[in-house]
Ligand binder design. Sequence first.
Ligand SMILES: [Zn+2]
Length: 394
Amino acid sequence: MSSLLVDNIGELVTNGTGEGPLGIRRDAAVLVEEGRVVWVGPSAYAPAADRRLDAGGAAVLPGFVDSHAHLVFAGDRAAEFAARMAGEPYTGGGIRTTVGATRAATDDELRATVRRLRGEALRQGTTTMEIKSGYGLTVADEARSLRIAAESSTETTFLGAHVVPAEYADRPDDYVELVCGPMLAAAAPYAKWVDVFCERGAFDVDHARAILAAGQAAGLGVRIHANQLGPGPGVQLGVELDAASVDHCTHLSDADVDALAGTAHSDGSGTRTVATLLPGAEFSTRSPYPNARRLLDAGVTVALATDCNPGSSYTSSMPFCVALAVREMRMTPAEAVWAATAGGARALRRDDIGVLAPGARADLVVLDAPSYLHLAYRPGVPLIHQVMRNGVTP
Ligand SMILES: [Zn+2]
């Protein structure tokens, strides 16, 4: 059995035992065997290993967990972005532009885009990335989107209810029936999760409930896009259905915050339904950011993710989202880094990632910086020196 010791770590973020909310350890080392962390402790007392990776006194943290991304698409919408920056509002209607391009693309073209973006994210420290369908919107195109997504991630999400496609514009009930029936049946073998864009102009609460319940009955976990563009019932529907995560959460009522906070375990060990904030979307649509402080102060578990997609947030960079969360949403650097690692893991109901402790997957990032603080302090700078996934450097 080959072992690897990562040592001479100046600042280790464990998200486990250690100092402060990030479980920080100084002058630390991590021993990896067969893709797993088997020991964490002071560098000076590190066990012997077959190989050694010298972190050079830099900071090491768990790989980022990006729990919300739309990577299976064709074309780009740079012109729409430019128009928006010139004053046009974002409505979500541009999704249909991408649907047309995606349907026309070959499998290999879609596969190449997923791999390119997945590689781009990996180089920026993302070791786990959820991938949604949602630009096919036919039985065959949603199934192939998920088949291709599943080649790059085990965290795949069926989002047939992204938007009502043009050919069903005047009969949305029929489209929901298609999503709940043949489309779900074709998609489910490749999907772990089901998701709905519950928003004015997309799917209303009754449609969303029907689709999510059908997905649950097919064995999929629930997530939901909710309260992005305006207030609505999506967040409370997510809590009602025990969603792993409600995503966006930009426009929340007190009752929405109470519902999220009320999912806390009776032993106080945290919440079941995570609020995933996607500041890249507000940045790229020049919209008001969600109120992260209100959620954190209410005890809600918060995750950060990129929402990487060609329309409203074409970034694959978790460090960028951390910097936005700190600068624009008043999260502390520690809260933002926790949300981008352990928070993302909770949003995917995983306890083997987002943490560096014995038993966890050996997914970690060596920064070209002495502290995690630099992720927010030095925005836009490539600080990811080395990435390890499953104990190997890709
Ligand atoms: Zn999204």
